[in-house]
Design a protein around this ligand. Sequence first.
Ligand code: SF4
Length: 380
Amino acid sequence: MSWIYERKGLVNLLISLGLQAGLLPTTLSALEGTPADRPCMTADIRHDWSLESLRELYDTPLMELVFRAASVHRQFHDPAEMQVSKLISIKTGACPEDCSYCAQSSRYSTGVSPERLMEKEKVVEIANRAKQAGVSRVCLGAAWREVKDNAQFDRVLDMVRGVTDLGMEVCCTLGMLNEHQAKRLEEAGLYAYNHNVDSSAEFYETIITTRTYADRLKTLEEVRKTNVTLCSGGIIGLGETVDDRLKMLQTLSQIEPHPESVPINILSKVAGTPMADNPDVPVWDVIRMIATARIVLPRSDVRLTAGRVKLDDTAQALCFMAGANSIFSSETEFMLTKAVPSPSYDRDTELLKALGLRMREPFKHGRTHPAQETSCSVAG
Ligand code: SF4
């Protein structure tokens, strides 16, 4: 099924459904007040989801599922707000790992040219332009298997300090790390560390052989020993089953507190990788996944990430209604590399304006773990 849909008819239908269900504000004043000021609806912060209960939730009729997810979204978040991040590939390509979906693995011929670690000044310059475009968080990605205690890591720490000094949140995704390295990043001012679990444990070992799921979880544990917030999610469209997707959400829900940020990527098929010819993900699967993630991880930011560029405005709006409240945007119109396209700053500014959404300012939650806050008593 194609995920590109005719725009106008569906926009009208979407708005109509949203207004009927009370999900879309007719004016911004309808969104005034904090989430805690609004009526407290029922949602649990749970760490004990069974696969059966997740499947039941995921299979709920779509409009009902979106309504429930939107209700949870409004309980825990400002639904008029969108967190916007910018990715910078600070060290590109030549990665020794064999992640089957990745343009940067040295195992595949993807046309991505390796680039050395960037200079701090260049990173700060790009971050500054992102700030002018309204971006609140900069994510620094290095195609490494793991962090090593060397001059390159020292330079990354300098980058973290430099971008933090701009008043922006900084996230790093550098591969596996230990507690000491996580502490050094924390001391440099790091706001978030990204380390995706990608999929279920069982499926993971069919797409990556150079490290284990347990390695992945160990790094998440190391980051949780600091005050750096956690960003962890996965990818759909790898060839996994719906149960694999739900087991991934189950794994994330078992982390206490839940990761503050949960990226849901739609596979960007990269020529030269083993997944270049995977079938498209139906848009309804994307919306169901976002809505389920929103309900299962109510306080987390649910980030609609790679693959968003293939969704038209209506499909993106449905994802936002279903609880996605975070996106990546780009001045270069690609994510980390040219192999994975991204909507531009201008395009996203236009879309957010059309939907009456505003960009979240940096450090809205300070440096605490929002997942630990208890602004609304929840039950049932
Ligand atoms: S996803 Fe990360 S670890 Fe895996 S090959 Fe790509 S850059 Fe390397």
